[in-house]
Design a protein around this ligand. Structure first.
Ligand code: NAD
Length: 246
């Protein structure tokens, strides 16, 4: 039985990833994490409703080193191993570069990029010792193509893609695979706040003529985390309706 930890999984894509990993049997012991433990209740309840699945939750703020060190150790202790880690926690603080505050830059980089580094460092040590493991990082199409108004966010996701490739090179010899999924425009709390004009403009450049659903990302993550992808590492899987064909 495999254990998975998914950061930022109280809601949205993270929650869908937990449910897909569990339903597909890729990992049947799930550690749900978010900034506060009490935000994780709905995800845990949904997981426990699936037959044969165990779920626990813990507070893990990916931007704080002490929280990550303690949280990853606790996650491994809860079920006795850590086989799959998904770096999903992410935020936006959009604005044009010339008006962007240092605080908005730092917040996004601390959570989206430093957070993945800290979690990967801690989980990577355990996985290297076990000589097996799969890490999946949730990047973004804008980390590949850039996006006006998202200097901080696109830099964090571009950095996450580079981190994915470097980690894949460093950990591959110990049987640990590291990949990224780069979602396009996905219906979620993160995107529902965008103005209609922006949504229409996005739709016009998506060949499939619709936005993605959280399950589309979860299925790609479950594949990369599974043994079906045992010869896949250092890759970026784009799930974007054809919006960008790198
Ligand atoms: P969301 O805002 O619904 O969920 C993000 C989760 O991360 C929340 O539960 C939040 O509490 C958690 N989080 C925030 N700061 C945290 C921290 N410091 N430590 C731990 N958890 C923290 O957003 P979502 O759409 O579900 O996004 C999930 C991931 O997918 C993010 O990395 C996002 O950048 C990425 N993504 C989303 C889209 C999209 O269109 N929705 C597109 C590309 C990439």
């Amino acid at each position: 039985m495999k254990t998975a930890l998914v950061t930022g999984s109280a809601r949205g894509i993270g929650r869908a990833i937990c449910e897909e990993l569990a339903r597909s049997g890729v990992a049947t012991q799930i550690v749900v994490c978010d900034v506060q433990k009490d935000w994780c209740g709905e995800t845990v309840a949904a997981l426990r409703a699936i037959e044969g699945v165990k779920a626990e939750s813990l507070a893990l703020d990916v931007s704080k080193e002490e929280s990550v060190v303690a949280g990853v150790a606790e996650a491994a202790r809860l079920f006795g191993s850590l086989d799959v880690v998904v770096n999903n926690a992410g935020v936006t603080r959009d604005g044009l570069l010339v008006r962007m505050s240092e605080a908005d830059w730092d917040t996004v980089l601390d959570i989206n990029l430093k957070g993945a580094f800290l979690v990967t460092r801690e989980a990577g040590k355990l996985m290297m010792r076990a000589r097996s493991g799969a890490i999946v990082n949730i990047a973004s199409v804008v980390g590949l193509m850039g996006n006006a108004g998202q200097a901080n966010y696109s830099a964090s996701k571009g950095g996450l893609i580079a981190l994915t490739k470097t980690t894949a090179r460093e950990l591959g010899g110990r049987g640990v695979r590291v990949n990224a999924v780069a979602p396009g425009f996905i219906n979620s709390k993160m995107t529902e706040v965008l103005p209609d004009a922006v949504k229409q403009q996005m739709l016009s450049i998506i060949p499939l003529k619709k936005f993605g659903e959280v399950q589309d990302i979860a299925k790609a993550v479950a594949f990369l985390a599974s043994d079906a992808a045992s010869y896949v590492t250092g890759q970026v899987l784009s799930v974007n309706g054809g919006m960008l064909m790198p």
